[in-house]
Design a protein around this ligand. Structure first.
Ligand code: AMP
Length: 435
């Protein structure tokens, strides 16, 4: 049974009615409280009365990251700061950070969304949970902390980093659960192997991983190396942080907390809504937030939505694992390439470690992709010829599956920097104006 079967298992028609009501209330709220939306709606001559069905959400304007940057820090906040009880922020890679302010009501809703996420992962009150997400402005640390606290778990807020200490704590405290980014989970697994600690023999039973794209292959790798179930959480600062979507024990898609977030998928070029089942950019409208409800927020994340009767009676619409971000998509020899596609193929090669980086450079007018990946220790012992043979094998595997020619370099062991948070997978060496 889910954490909150009233909402998680609500009949779809009833759920849609609930969403429509909340959508209208949110439109009325933001048009009254946030000048940015008030002006936009006035220009477009839209009022809450124009929203008669959920499909009418398509009449509303999009919100993009630069709107948040332009209104930094609190220009999009609907309530006075004295009603804001917490502010998180995300730095992103360029420019000013964006902020996520919360009222107490917003925090309570977030905790509820995280409790659903963790309960669906099989976490219970008796569990000792080790929270290795960064604690601070990043939403991961406190988001997971509060969710686990709501379940009544014993929470150990280790934060990210100090990997050896993570492993010692895991042994000493007999942690049942680990929270981390998938790339940091792998860093922990690898360090434990070096310390001759077999995590598979420890009580650790489940991990909840997210905050960055990772493939099914990476999930299997983590499950095998740690001897756990690797569950997933998805979210973004603009909406609340983690807790927007989560998978259940069947690991078959991520359920979107639909009573809180209305999801759409649009064509990233035309921005036209796409039917269920088609891949495109994920858009969210917050339905119950008070401090900073986003209207049609463009996540840049690429996925597909689908609805089927779910695990333990869940009715929420599901999304596939994120394929990648539209701004991480590379075009190599005319082919659209997401880093996750390369990751999936690398994980099929048994001679390499799941530690890789993609380097994009310019050769003449064309973009060129180099794949830097580490081999398993025995490859290095076998000498140069074997190394080149594996490089050829990987290049052939990528060519055979994606039709693109890439340069593969089997780099030295530990040459790729280990991640403690969100892994840096792509290094862009192209001149800035040619990206
Ligand atoms: P931030 O607001 O800094 O936490 O970043 C949010 C972004 O992280 C999302 O828009 C996604 O691109 C990424 N992200 C979060 N969770 C996941 C996940 N489970 N799978 C893939 N990407 C994720």
């Amino acid at each position: 049974m889910p954490w909150n079967d009233k909402f998680e298992c609500m009949p779809v028609e009833e759920l849609k009615k609930f969403q429509l009501q909340k959508l209208k209330e949110t439109i009325a709220w933001v048009s009254e409280k946030i000048p940015f939306y008030k002006n936009k709606f006035r220009e477009m001559r839209i009022t809450a009365e124009d929203i008669k069905s959920l499909e009418d959400v398509a009449k509303l304007p999009f919100t993009v990251k630069t709107d948040l940057r332009d209104n930094y820090p609190f220009g999009l906040c609907a309530v006075p700061l004295e009603e804001v009880v917490r502010v998180h922020a995300s730095s992103g890679t360029t420019g000013k950070p964006i902020t996520g302010p919360y009222t107490q009501e917003d925090l309570d809703q977030w905790i509820e969304c995280m409790a659903r996420t963790l309960y669906a992962a099989g976490i219970r009150k008796e569990d000792v949970v080790q929270n290795a997400y960064g604690h601070g402005l990043f939403t991961g640390g406190l988001g997971f902390h509060q969710g686990a606290a709501a379940l009544g778990c014993t929470v150990v807020p280790t934060g990210a980093g100090m990997t050896e200490r993570q492993i010692t704590i895991m042994q000493d405290f007999k942690s049942d659960v680990l929270f981390a980014t998938p790339s940091y989970a792998l860093t922990i697994a690898e360090r434990a192997e070096e310390m001759k600690v077999d995590i598979r023999k420890l009580p650790l039973r489940v991990g909840v991983f997210g905050a960055e794209p990772w493939t099914e292959g990476m999930r299997q790798e983590i499950e095998e190396r740690m001897g756990i179930k690797a569950q997933e959480a998805f979210g973004l600062t603009e909406l609340c942080g983690p807790g927007v979507a989560y998978d259940a024990a069947d690991q078959n898609g991520l359920y979107i907390n639909e009573d809180h977030f209305l999801a759409e998928v649009v064509d990233p070029q035309t921005l036209e809504p796409l039917p269920e089942g088609e891949k495109g950019e994920l858009i969210f409208t917050a339905l119950q937030r008070r401090a900073m409800p986003m209207i049609r927020y463009r996540t840049k994340d690429i996925t597909r939505l689908w609805r089927e009767p779910g695990h333990e009676g869940r009715t929420f619409i599901r999304m596939d694992k994120i394929y990648g971000r539209s701004d991480d998509m590379l075009i190599i020899s005319g082919v659209n390439v997401f880093p996750s596609q390369i990751e999936a193929l690398l994980l099929e090669i048994e001679e390499v470690e799941p530690q890789y980086q993609l380097v994009v450079s310019k050769k003449g007018y064309l973009d060129h992709l180099s794949v830097r990946v580490e081999g398993k220790p025995e490859i290095y012992e076998a000498g140069e010829d074997r190394r080149h043979e594996i490089e050829g094998k990987i290049a052939g595997h990528i060519k055979g599956n994606m039709g693109i020619g890439v340069n593969v370099e089997l780099v030295d062991a530990k040459a790729i920097a280990r991640s403690e948070g969100k892994a840096v997978r792509v290094i862009d060496e192209r001149p800035k104006q040619e990206r």
